[in-house]
Design a protein around this ligand. Structure first.
Ligand code: HAM
Length: 504
C-alpha cells in the first residue's frame, strides 16, 4: 500500500480547534506579571500618598453590586449602562453587575452606612478593577483599573479646584505630562435649556452627523460634542456653547474654580467640548489628557461634580459631591512609553550564598535571622553550585554577597564580597548583623560620583589591579575551599584559571 504522506502544516480548522482548547485570558482582559508590577506599585503608592496628604480614607466596595446601583447611578442612557456592563442574573435571581466604575458604589456606601452623620465632606479614596464590555483597542480594556477620590457632602468650588489639583499632583509625581481640560455642565435647569438649543442646531446640520450621533442626538445631545468623527467635530465649532447658558450661580461657581486654579498655578484649558460620558455630572467637569494627545482620545482620567447623585440614589436631598477617577492602565502605559524610571519593588541588598550541605543548613537559619532583623536578603538555597548562586547575586544587583563554606564554618567566620569593587573580607560569623549594618550604612553614604569616577580608564585599571591583588592575597596560602570560592566567582573565573578550582 502506498504510504500516505501526512501534511505537516496544521490546517486552519486544526489550528482553530487547538486555539479554542488553549486556556487564556478573556478578550480585553490581561495578566499583570511580576516584572510589570513596579509601575503599578508606583501608581498605587502615589495615589495612596496623595490620598493621605489630602485626608481621603480608603474605601473598598464589592466588585459585584446590584445592577440598579449603576442604572440609577451612572444613568440608563449612558454607553456604560446601555452597552458595556457585565451584568447577569445570579442563581438566586438577583440582577448583578461587575462594577463599571466606583462613584455610584461610593455613593451607595455613603447612603447605606449613614456617612452623612459624619463630618462633611466625607472624603473617600479607592483603587481597584472596573469592568466595561468595550470594543478592545489600544488603551481600552474590559477589565480596567482605576484609583479615585470622592468627596461627598460639600458644595464649595474650593473642593472642585482641590480635586483637580490632586489628580494633577498624581500625574506630576509620576512624571506623566498632561493637560487639564475643564468645562461646566451647569445645573439641571441651565443644561436643559442648553440641550434644546443644541438639538436645534445639530438637527439643522443633520445630514453631516455620523450615524452614531444621529441616534445619540435625541437621547444625549451633549455627547455629539465629544464625537471624534471628522464631520461631527467640524460641526461643533459653530454649535452653541454651554458656558453661555450657565445661570448666575453656576457661572459664579465655575469662575471660582478657575480662580483657585490660577492661584495654585495649575495650568488648564477651558474646553467646551468636554462633556463626560456619565449622566450624574453637574457644574464642573474635567479630564486629564496626556500632553501628546491633543484630542483627548485616551484620557488619563476625569471627574467632576455630581450634586444630584446622592438624592437620585435614595439619599438625602442637597448632598453635593465632587470626585475623579484616573485610569491606571493608561498611566502605566504612558510611563512605559516615556521610559519613566520607577524603583524596583524588591531590591535586596545582600545575597546569602552557601557551599555544602552543612553551610546550607546554617544559611537557612541565618537568612531568617537577618530577614527578621530587617535586612533585605536574597538567596538561592535550592542551588548547590556557587557559580550559579553568584550569578543570581549579580542578577539581583545586590551590594554584598555573604559566602559561607566549610572552612568559614570551622573558623566561625563568613566571607563578605562587595559586589561593585569585588573586595572580599572574612568577618566574625557572630557579628554578621552589626558588620553588615555598618557596611550598608557606609555604602549608602558613598557619593554617587565615586561610582562614576570608577568608569575612567585609569580608575578601571587601578580598580582592577587592586581587586585582583586583594583576591590573590586572599587566595594565596588559604585553604582549597576558599580558593575554590574565588575560582567560582563568575566575573573572576578567568583571572584564577591557574588555581584549577573544582566544580560544585
Ligand atoms: P471615566 O471617565 O469613565 O470616569 O473613567 C475614568 C478614567 O478611567 C478614564 O479617563 C480612563 O483613563 C480610564 N478608563 C475608562 N475606561 C477605560 C477602559 N475601557 N480601559 C482603560 N481605561 C479606562 C469615571 O469612571 C468616573 N467614575 C470618574 C469620577 C469619579 N467622576 C466623579 N468621581
Amino acid at each position: 500500500m502506498p504510504k500516505i504522506k501526512k501534511n505537516k502544516a496544521e490546517s486552519k480548522s486544526e489550528k482553530k480547534d487547538r486555539k479554542s482548547k488553549e486556556l487564556s485570558t478573556v478578550t480585553g482582559m490581561r495578566d499583570i506579571l511580576p516584572q510589570d508590577q513596579k509601575y503599578w506599585e508606583a501608581v498605587r503608592a502615589t495615589a495612596q500618598k496623595v490620598a493621605n496628604d489630602y485626608g481621603y480614607g480608603r474605601l473598598d466596595t464589592p466588585i459585584l453590586e446590584q445592577t440598579d446601583v449603576f442604572v440609577r447611578g451612572v444613568g440608563k442612557q449612558t454607553d456604560i449602562v446601555e452597552k458595556e456592563m457585565f451584568s447577569f442574573v445570579d442563581q438566586g435571581g438577583d440582577n448583578l453587575a461587575l462594577r463599571p466604575e466606583a462613584t455610584a458604589s461610593a455613593v451607595r456606601a455613603y447612603i447605606q452606612h449613614g456617612l452623612l452623620n459624619q463630618p462633611q465632606p466625607v472624603k473617600l479614596f479607592y483603587v481597584g478593577p472596573m469592568f466595561r464590555h468595550e470594543k478592545p483597542q489600544a488603551g481600552r480594556y474590559r477589565q480596567l483599573y482605576q484609583f479615585g477620590f470622592e468627596a461627598i457632602g460639600e458644595a464649595s468650588p474650593a473642593l472642585d479646584a482641590q480635586l483637580i489639583l490632586m489628580g494633577w499632583n498624581c500625574l506630576n509625581e509620576l512624571g506623566v505630562e498632561a493637560t487639564i481640560q475643564i468645562n461646566s455642565l451647569g445645573c439641571h435647569t441651565c443644561r436643559e435649556e442648553y440641550k434644546k438649543e443644541l438639538i436645534k442646531y445639530f438637527k439643522s446640520k443633520g445630514k453631516l452627523l455620523c450615524e452614531g450621533c444621529k441616534s445619540r442626538l435625541a437621547r444625549n445631545p451633549l455627547r455629539v460634542l465629544d464625537c471624534k468623527e471628522e464631520g461631527c467635530a467640524s460641526l461643533r465649532e459653530d454649535a452653541p456653547q454651554i458656558l453661555d447658558y450657565l445661570d448666575e450661580d453656576c457661572k459664579k461657581h465655575f469662575m471660582k474654580v478657575v480662580e483657585y486654579l490660577d492661584e495654585l498655578d495649575v495650568p488648564y484649558a477651558v474646553n467646551p467640548y468636554v462633556v463626560r460620558g456619565l449622566d450624574y455630572y453637574s457644574r464642573t467637569i474635567f479630564e486629564y489628557w496626556s500632553a501628546d494627545d491633543a484630542e483627548g482620545k485616551v484620557a488619563l482620567g476625569g471627574g467632576g461634580r455630581y450634586d444630584d447623585l446622592v438624592k437620585i440614589m435614595g439619599g438625602r436631598e442637597n448632598t453635593p459631591a465632587c470626585g475623579l477617577a484616573m485610569g491606571m492602565d493608561r498611566i502605566v502605559s504612558k510611563m512605559r512609553e516615556k521610559e519613566i524610571n520607577v524603583p524596583e519593588i524588591y531590591q535586596p541588598e545582600i545575597f546569602l550564598a552557601q557551599l555544602g550541605e552543612v553551610a546550607k543548613k546554617k544559611c537557612f537559619v541565618l537568612y531568617e535571622k537577618m530577614r527578621r532583623a530587617g535586612f533585605s536578603v536574597a538567596q538561592a538555597f535550592y542551588k548547590d553550585s556557587l557559580k550559579a548562586q553568584l550569578e543570581s547575586a549579580n542578577k539581583a544587583k545586590v551590594k554584598f554577597t555573604l559566602i559561607l563554606g566549610q572552612k568559614e564554618i570551622g573558623d566561625g567566620t563568613i566571607m563578605v564580597r562587595e559586589m561593585e569593587g569585588g573586595v572580599q573580607e572574612v568577618i566574625d560569623y557572630n557579628k554578621v548583623e552589626s558588620e553588615m549594618k555598618k557596611r550598608l550604612e557606609k555604602y549608602s553614604e558613598l557619593p554617587a560620583p565615586i561610582i562614576i569616577e570608577a568608569d575612567t580608564d585609569a580608575n578601571i585599571k587601578a580598580g582592577k589591579k587592586n581587586r585582583k591583588q586583594s583576591e590573590l592575597d586572599f587566595a594565596a596560602g588559604e585553604s582549597d575551599d576558599e580558593a575554590r570560592i574565588i575560582d567560582d566567582l563568575p566575573d573572576l573565573a578567568e583571572d584564577f584559571d591557574h588555581l584549577g578550582g573544582d566544580e560544585f
